[in-house]
Each structure stands twice: as C-alpha cells, then as structure tokens.
Design a binder for this molecule. Structure first.
Ligand code: PLP
Length: 455
C-alpha cells in the first residue's frame, strides 16, 4: 500500500461520517474553511494539546480552533469557571446586565491601550461589522478602506480581495476590490477602497484622494497573525489616518492575547481608535467584542446617542440613534471562560512561556528545513506562525501566494499521517497546553515528513 492509501485506511470512519454528513449538510461542513480534500477529519475528543479523531487517532493540535484556544482543550480552570458560573447562578443566561460584563470590560480596558469602553457580541465578524458601522456613524462618511488580503469576517462590506489573484486584483500598488463570494452586493464593491499592505507611498496616495469619503481604515496589524505590518508603515499609517480624519480600526480578533495580552497595539505601541476582539477572548465559546475611544463608543449608548454631536461639528447637529443589539451579547458562560483564560495567561508568565515555545519551534523548524534543502521561513508573531516555503521576503499576501504552497501542502498531508493536526496550509497556533514532549514530537514529525516528500 502507498503511504496515502494507508492513511486513508486510518481515517476511514471520518470518510464515512463525512459522506453521511454531506447528505444533510452542504459539503458535510458547517463552515467552508473546515473542508479539505479528499475529506476533513472528524474529531471526537480534545484534551490539552491533543485532538482525537473518530478512528481513535491522536494528533498534536496546532489549529487550536483557528487560534481561539489559547489554553488548549478543556483546561480545568476554564471548565470550573464555566460550571461554577452556571451552577451557582442557576441559569445559563440572564438577558439582563450582569457582573461579569463589567469585570471583563474592566480587564480589557486595563490591557488594551486603545480601549476605554467595550461592547460584546458573538463573533469576530459581528465585532468588525459593528466597528465599521460605528465609524460611519461617528464620521458621517460612507466608504471603508481595507487592505488586500486582510480578513474581517464573511459579510459583503469586508469580504473583498481576501485572496488576491493577480489576474483579477489589478496592480499591486492600486488593487481593485474583488468579491470573494457569489451573491454579494455591488454597492460595497463600489464603496470600498482597497489598499496594498506594507506600501505606504501607495496607501498615502489612495487615502488622500478619497479622504473625504472614508470613514475608517480597518486592518489586521499582523495579517493572519504572521505577516506583520512593518513598524514604519504602521506608524505612518496611524499619523496619516489621524491627519485625514479617518478612524483606524485594529482588527485584533486573531492577534488579541496571542501577540501580547494587549494584542498588536501593545506590541507596536500604537493606539487605534477602535479595536475588535474575538477568538481567545471567549475561552473556546463564541464571542466578539468592540472596544475603543470613549467619545466614539459612547455613540452606542441608548441614553446618549440622540444628543451626541457630530465629530468636530459645532452646529449642535442631533444624531440618529446608533443600533447595536444581540440576544446573546455578553453571555455569562462565555465571559466566565474568557476571564478564566486571561487569568491563566497572566499567571506564572504563561503567555511568555508560550512565546518561548513558539520561538523554539520556529527556529528549529527553519534549521531543519534548511538542512533538507528547502528554503523556509517560520513567519509569525507571538504564538502564531506559518510555514512559508520561500527564500524571498514576504510583505503581503500576493508575495505569500508566490511561495511553494504545493510542497507545503504535501508536507501538511504527511504531518496529518504523522499525528500533527493543522488543516493543510493553515497557520500554527501554539497554546499553553503544548509541552516539551509535544514540541519534540512535532520536530520529529516534520523531520519524517520532509524525508517522505523529498525522497
Ligand atoms: N477578523 C479576523 C482578523 C479573523 O481572523 C477572523 C476569523 O478568523 C474574523 C475577523 C472573524 O471572526 P469569526 O470567525 O469569529 O466571525
């Protein structure tokens, strides 16, 4: 049997379950991203750094639910915070204000330099949607600027040019907005200004041209957690958006708590006007949050929204009310898990230790690939990295797409067989649960995978 046939045998229950699922769930997956060919692996249990599939195979998990699990699967302190919350209060949710909302908000205000006030929602996508609307309400301007290749969720306003294909996306210095799904509204394609990442001259030209119409620039300060904004680029961008009256939104759904407790804004020392959070904040439960400058966030207040003045407007213009709502906003179970997770990261330098583990993996993997004759950069910040098979510098997704993704994919499939779980071509998210044994096993598995693909 070939290696791949042997692996197919190993995950045959997954194949059967995927076939069954596909009858009642399109593609057998509840999010397109969960699919990979020939079929995804169906998981049954997760413990600490490990996942166990329905065939009983064990994997060291580096997907960590797309970065959401910062303390691994089922950390006892997260579990006990959740159960304590439910059992001691007798309910899963109140539908009214409650104490944990304030406790967590105070924590976020203390950790994130750009956050004075917070509103909760239930996903990262909702948080960015709220941020974009709030920016428009605050500035009275209608257009949004975003970077090519940056992801902020799946709605029409931001699902543009997430995977730039050069034939469709125009020139690299002046990219065109390209819808990433069928069925999207033309309005947003026409009203979104697309910018090239890490190219300040082009950004300045485009932003100055459209400044009167642009309410906000939304960005991932470190794209996908692995392509950092260059320090000079992001510093100039902050100054420029300030000068032009464009709000700067840091989408820290991915980078929050993973680059530093205070996210990319702490790492760079740069203050955005608005910040979106998600993933780690929910400790494994669905969450999103928007935070930001008090004068902007106050617009969300039902008591004040009628009376707040237009930014910089002396004419006492009355505003329309700003709408933000959601049945499950500030879910007590989620907030209990989130608070417990942040507490764990603060305790015993756990986050710093996870940085060290990540750095160790990156360094050792780079050496190993280099020795195998494969040019590779383990790119990333904090606890996230990506294996990029190239010897060229990567400053944006177009350049990333030029790297050897075919070889990377071949290695990823071997790694699945060798017990390392990361969805093919996905990034690695390290957690506090990964221990030295996991790291050694991971390095050995990469070594074996490289032997297989190069022989
Ligand atoms: N923003 C960024 C930077 C993300 O990485 C993601 C998810 O991957 C989102 C927004 C959307 O978050 P969610 O999947 O919770 O809606």
């Amino acid at each position: 049997k070939t290696k791949s046939a042997a692996f197919s045998d190993k995950i045959k229950t997954s194949r059967l379950m995927h076939e069954e699922a596909s009858e009642v769930i399109p593609g057998g997956v509840t999010a397109n991203i969960k699919y990979f060919a020939p079929h995804p692996i169906v998981m049954e249990e997760g413990h600490g750094s490990k996942l166990y599939d329905v065939d009983g195979n064990e994997y060291i998990d580096y997907l960590m639910c797309y970065g959401a699990l910062m303390t691994g699967h089922g950390h006892p302190e997260v579990f006990s915070a959740v159960t304590e919350q439910m059992y001691s209060k007798g309910t899963t949710i109140f539908g009214t204000p409650h104490k944990l909302e304030v406790d967590l908000a105070k924590k976020l205000v203390s950790l994130y330099p750009g956050i004075d006030q917070v509103r909760y929602c239930n996903s990262g996508m909702e948080a960015t949607l709220l941020a974009v609307r709030l920016a428009s309400a605050y500035t009275g301007k209608k257009k949004l600027a975003k970077f090519e290749g940056h992801y902020h969720g799946g709605y029409d306003q931001v699902l543009l040019s997430v995977n730039p294909e050069e034939s469709k996306a125009g020139s690299s210095s002046s990219p065109t907005p390209v819808p990433e799904s069928s069925g999207m509204s033309d309005y947003h394609t026409e009203h979104t200004i697309m910018l090239p990442f890490n190219d300040i001259e082009s950004c300045e030209k485009i932003l100055r041209t459209h400044a009167d119409d642009i309410s906000a620039l939304i960005m991932e300060p470190v794209q996908g957690g692995f392509i950092p904004a260059e320090k000079e680029f992001i510093t100039k961008l902050r100054a420029l958006t300030h000068e032009l009256g464009i709000l700067l939104i840091f989408d820290e759904v991915k980078t929050g708590f993973r680059l530093a407790l205070g996210g990319a804004q702490e790492m760079y020392g740069i203050l955005p006007d608005l910040t979106t959070l998600g993933k780690v904040l929910g400790g494994g439960f669905p969450v999103g949050a928007l935070g930001g400058r008090r004068d902007i966030m106050e617009l969300c207040s039902p008591a004040a929204s009628k009376d707040i003045l237009t930014a910089g407007d002396d004419n006492q213009n009355k505003r329309e009310a700003f709408f933000h709502s959601g049945t499950y906003n500030g879910h007590p179970t989620t907030l209990a898990a989130g608070l417990a997770t942040i507490h764990l990261l603060e305790k015993h330098h756990n986050l710093d230790k996870t940085f060290q583990k990540t750095e160790y993996l990156k360094k050792e993997l780079e050496k190993m690939y280099y020795s195998a004759g494969i040019p590779m950069t383990a790119m990333g910040e904090g606890t996230i990295f990506n294996i990029v098979v190239t010897d060229k510098p990567i400053k944006n997704l177009r350049q990333m797409n030029q790297s050897n993704t075919e070889l990377r994919k071949a290695i990823d499939y071997e790694l699945l067989d060798l017990g390392i779980y990361s969805k093919p071509l996905n990034r690695y998210s390290v957690s506090t649960a990964h221990d030295e044994k996991d790291l050694d096993k991971t390095l050995q598995a990469h070594y074996d995978a490289l032997q297989r693909v190069t022989n």
